[in-house]
Design a protein around this ligand. Structure first.
Ligand code: F6P
Length: 547
């Protein structure tokens, strides 16, 4: 079944939302709280260890109802059925989109072209488990018979960001192996990593779905050369493994067939950490924890598939985001995690969200006449409070924000955790309420300032408030809860793609830069020059003078 292709702006719900927006665009969230004592409870979803409060938003009961009408009218239910059942919903690449199957149960049946993919998925999972155990236990050894101490993940985009973010986020659960990530084609990146490595005890995991990506192949080649300065060609098999769909290319690169962990075309790069792309995660935190990550994601998959939309976390978050993006014309969204472990989370989400929904052609092949993908950015709290929060509080832009927090700290330092969480809670309260002129006046009077001084300072100290936030409060950061959190955003991406009537699972926009880079590389290497604009030509000449 193909995805429905409905221009959302033609639906009754959209038109009703547009009218409704004109009436409510000036509403104050704090007034909504005063009018409805049940607001916080009505706009909170309690699910397993997740507490999702979306009441601090510029939405009324009516807004919420109309947004729910919108997903019905763009046929989200049918789209979810297609998504989970292995239909080729990535139509422009003629592929199914089945990261959900990767975290499914062995007894599930998921058909791609009439064939159940679950047995293959579990075959690879068994291979990941056996390999992980051998490396972690030290049974599998390097070419000088020493156990491995270091793992290097060589990949970029989805073959790097997911594993890197998860390994960092789950560092509390890590074993003795040290993990490194090489992604950038910048040779200084790989050289800085190589400086830290002992070839005798390092395992290299080359991750590339296509095995054609310039960055990954360049880094892998450089690393193999470095390795061969210390060891022999025969030793490569003990130290290099690969994850890819392109088995022939991997073999051509010289990787032993037994060292290949396959993946499939129906796994998109930015949704692939659940496949063998997550091998480095499994090596870093052990297969059991990797499996728990998958189980958490599976729980969110089931919630998303079965829960009614009004109580469905990814659906509700997607709708709120559409409300700001398309009606308030908010351009960006911040994701602020109050956990240093989630340091790389926003960076990871940037690929997932912006590569998926950064599209301007709809599913009918027409240019959209409405906004699509939002800009995503963020840094952990409390650091970000001392960096960019000023702009969220008092700037001119509307920046809806997700505040992610974990009630229990992993190291159990209650004093620090109480301080962290008090900041977490205080910020959403401050963004909601702001500080009125009267409150500022009161405060300044207590400081014994003159009237003139007070009047001068007053306007600068007022906070408008009314800044929207979602609080996503989770009991504890565990592999399961992280799996749920990532899957929550994956499904939010899906819902928004359905509403915006775009294809979320291709990324043709990345191609043009790649093509031009290869032309320019030829110009640099062979001192040619092919039809560049004057600016590009000058920049090229400038570089040639210094290289
Ligand atoms: O940036 C484009 C992209 O195709 C991403 O979607 C993907 O995650 C990345 O390149 C890496 O691709 P591969 O895993 O094939 O090396």
């Amino acid at each position: 079944m193909a995805l429905p292709s409905i221009n959302p702006t033609t639906t009754d719900a959209w038109k009703a939302l547009q009218n409704h927006f004109e009436k409510v665009k000036e509403i104050e969230i704090k007034d909504l709280f005063s009018k409805n004592k049940d607001r916080a409870n009505n706009f909170t979803i309690n699910w397993e260890d997740f507490y999702v409060d979306f009441s601090k938003n510029r939405i009324t009961e009516e807004t919420f109802k109309l947004l729910l009408d919108l997903v019905d009218q763009v046929k989200l239910k049918e789209a979810i059925a297609s998504y989970y059942s292995g239909d080729s919903i990535n139509k422009t690449e003629n592929r199914a989109v089945l990261h959900t199957a990767l975290r499914g149960k062995e007894t599930d049946t998921v058909l791609v072209d009439g064939k159940n993919v679950m047995p293959e998925i579990f075959k690879v999972k068994t291979k990941i488990e056996a390999f992980t155990n051998e490396i972690v236990n030290g049974n599998k050894k390097g070419y000088t018979n020493k156990p491995f101490t270091d793992i290097v993940n060589i990949g970029i985009g989805g073959s790097d960001l997911g594993p890197a973010m998860v390994v960092d986020s789950l560092q509390f659960y890590k074993n003795h192996l040290t993990t490194h990530f090489v992604s950038n084609v910048d040779g200084d990146h790989v050289n800085e990593v190589l400086k830290k490595l002992d070839p005798e005890t390092t395992l290299f995991v080359i991750v590339s779905k296509t095995f054609t990506t310039q960055e990954t192949l360049s880094n892998a080649t450089t690393i193999r050369q470095w390795f061969l300065e210390h060891a022999t060609q025969n030793d490569v098999a003990k130290h290099f493994v690969a994850v890819s769909t392109n088995i022939e290319k991997v073999k051509d690169f010289g990787i032993d067939e037994n060292n290949i962990f396959p993946m499939w075309n129906w796994v998109g790069g930015r949704f692939s950490l659940w496949s063998a792309v997550g091998l480095t995660i499994s090596l870093a935190v052990g297969f059991d924890n990797f499996n728990k990550l998958l189980k958490g994601a599976n729980a969110m998959d089931i919630h998303f598939k079965n829960e009614e939309f009004s109580n469905n976390i990814p659906v509700v978050l997607a709708l709120i985001s559409v409300w700001y993006n398309n009606f308030f014309k908010a351009e960006s969204e911040a994701v602020i995690a109050y956990s240093q472990y989630l340091n790389q989370f926003a960076t990871y989400l940037q690929q997932g969200i912006m590569e998926s929904n950064g599209k301007s052609i709809d599913r009918n092949g027409n240019r959209v006449n409405y906004e699509t993908g939002t800009l995503i950015w963020g840094e952990p709290g409390t650091n970000s409070q001392h960096a960019f929060f000023q702009l969220i509080h008092q700037g001119t832009k509307l920046i809806p924000a997700d505040f992610i927090g974990f009630a229990q700290s992993l190291h159990g330092n209650k004093d620090h955790n109480d301080k962290l969480i008090s900041n977490y809670i205080a910020q959403t309260e401050a963004l909601l309420n702001g500080k009125t002129k009267e409150e500022v006046l009161e405060e300044l009077k207590e400081k014994n300032l003159s009237e003139a001084e007070i009047n001068e300072l007053l306007p600068f100290k007022v906070f408008e408030g009314n800044k929207p936030t979602n609080t996503i409060f989770i009991k504890k950061l565990t592999p399961e809860s992280l799996g749920k959190l990532i899957a929550m955003y994956e499904h939010k991406i899906f819902v928004q793609g359905i509403i915006w009537n775009i294809y979320s699972y291709d990324q043709f926009g990345v191609e043009l830069g790649k093509q031009l880079a290869s032309t320019i590389l030829k110009d640099i290497k062979f001192n040619t020059s092919v039809n560049h604009d004057a600016s590009t030509q000058n920049i090229l000449e400038y570089f040639k003078n210094f290289r």
